[in-house]
Structure formats: C-alpha cells, structure tokens
Design a binder for this molecule. Structure first.
Ligand SMILES: COc1ccc2nc(C(=O)O)sc2c1
Length: 241
C-alpha cells in the first residue's frame, strides 16, 4: 500500500526536503508518494491573494476560504471520504502524540493544510470536517510562524512507522513513547569505546548478563520519565530503589 501525502501551503518549497534522507528512500521504494501544492495556484487575481482582514477586527490577516475550497476540490475531490485524513497544524490544536502518529501510519491519504498569517478561516476546517477525517494538532506549547515545520515533523513521525519503512522495525519497539517501552522515555545509550575522556560505559552493560541489563534499562527509563515527564507516569511505575 502506498501512502499519498499532499501538502497545501503558500511555501511549497518547504517540502523539497522530503526528497532527501530516509523519506526520499521511502518515496523511491513506493511506500510514500509526496505532492506539494502552492495554495496561490487556486487564486484568480493579479496579486494571487490568499488573505484578508479578520471579521470583527483585530491584528494581522486571515487566510481566505475560497482558495482552500478550490484546492480541496481538485486535490481531494468533492465527495466525502472518511479514509482521507486532513491535518491542520495549529497552535490551538490537540498535542500531537506518538499514538496519533501510530494511528496515522496506516492511512492511505494524508493532506496537510499549512496555515500562515493569523490562521485559516474557520469555515475551511468546518467544511473539511464535513467531508474527511480532520485532525487539528499542535507540536507543543509554543507558536511557529506557520504550519509547514509542524507538517514536516508530523510527516517524519508518521512515515517512519509505515510498515517496510524502517530497515530494522525492532528498533521502533525500544524508542521513547513506544508501546514496547510502556510509553516511558528511552534509557541512556552507549557504544564503544568503553572509556572515553574519563567517562566509562556503565559496567552492567558490559556484563553480558541480559537480565541485569534489562533491569538497568527499565530502571533508567522509569527514573528519566519520573524526572523529566512526570505527566507520563502514574503510580504503577514508581521510582526505582
Ligand atoms: C498560522 O498557522 C500556524 C501558525 C503557528 C503554528 N504553530 C504550530 C505549532 O504546532 O506550534 S502549528 C501553526 C500554524
């Protein structure tokens, strides 16, 4: 199954980067199909206008609904289809999570709508909700200048989970937030040399004792999660003795 990704933006060149590194490989392997579109291609005035002043007053500009609607008609179609996922990155969106990435990794089509200015006329989102499966998501409690960087981050989080994308899918099981880690943060990692600038690899990792190594890693994941992300812990994890 090929996942088709569409990006609607006034800066479509942001998505040229998807032709490199791992994502480029996936695109070559037919796992992923990427299409970036310039929203201004669906304007009809000399200045290719996509924004206007906000109704009710206020600072900044709002993205007009018309270009979005015409772009939707051409890129997605005019018939409702719940299998199409439309993502609006937004500071007022729900926090994007690893479980959301996991769910989206089985999607056949994902369309990213990248807002700029103060945002997109809300009727665009309401219309999309009437037609497709819509996700309004934020990367975190900060504000970017537009949705493009968020769309790229979400793309990477999702595509790396697409079956066949990762060379060694087992590595996914031990990552932070993965089910294999019970949603805990990943333990500290080490490789050779065993001693580096007076700093040594923890002895347990060189012991060859798999049970002790597994316990050390679990304890470290719990410790790190309790320290850095208490919001992810509950009474079941506890703090290692
Ligand atoms: C106008 O479009 C925007 C503006 C800021 C912004 N910030 C995001 C974030 O996830 O932090 S998504 C997003 C979209």
């Amino acid at each position: 199954m090929t996942m088709r990704l569409d990006y609607l933006s006034i800066f479509p060149a942001y998505f040229d980067v998807l032709d490199i590194s791992l994502l480029g490989k996936a695109a070559v392997n037919g796992l992923v199909e990427v299409h970036a579109h310039d929203l201004r291609d669906w304007t009809h005035d000399r200045h290719r206008t996509v924004d206007d002043t906000p109704c009710g007053g206020g600072a900044g500009m709002v993205m007009k609904p018309d270009p979005w609607g015409e772009a939707f008609d051409e890129i997605i179609g005019t018939e409702p289809d719940s299998s199409v996922h439309v993502i609006f990155p937004s500071p007022s969106g729900a926090p994007f999570t690893q479980s959301a990435a996991q769910e989206l990794s089985s999607a056949v089509r994902i369309v990213f709508c990248c807002g700029r200015y103060e945002g997109i006329d809300h009727r665009v989102i309401d219309y999309a909700r009437s037609m497709w499966t819509v996700h309004e998501v934020s990367l975190g409690d900060y504000v970017l200048n537009g949705g493009e960087v968020a769309a790229l981050a979400i793309t990477e989080a999702v595509v790396r989970l697409v079956p066949g994308f990762m060379g060694n899918p087992e590595s996914l099981a031990e990552e932070s937030f993965s089910a294999g880690q019970d949603g805990l943060l990943e333990y500290p990692l080490f490789t050779r040399p065993v001693s580096w600038r007076g700093l040594d690899v923890p002895e347990v990792l060189m012991s060859g004792h798999h049970g002790r190594i597994a316990k050390w890693r679990r304890d470290e994941s719990v410790r790190l999660t309790c320290e850095r992300r208490p919001d992810l812990t509950d009474s079941d994890f506890g703090v290692p003795h």
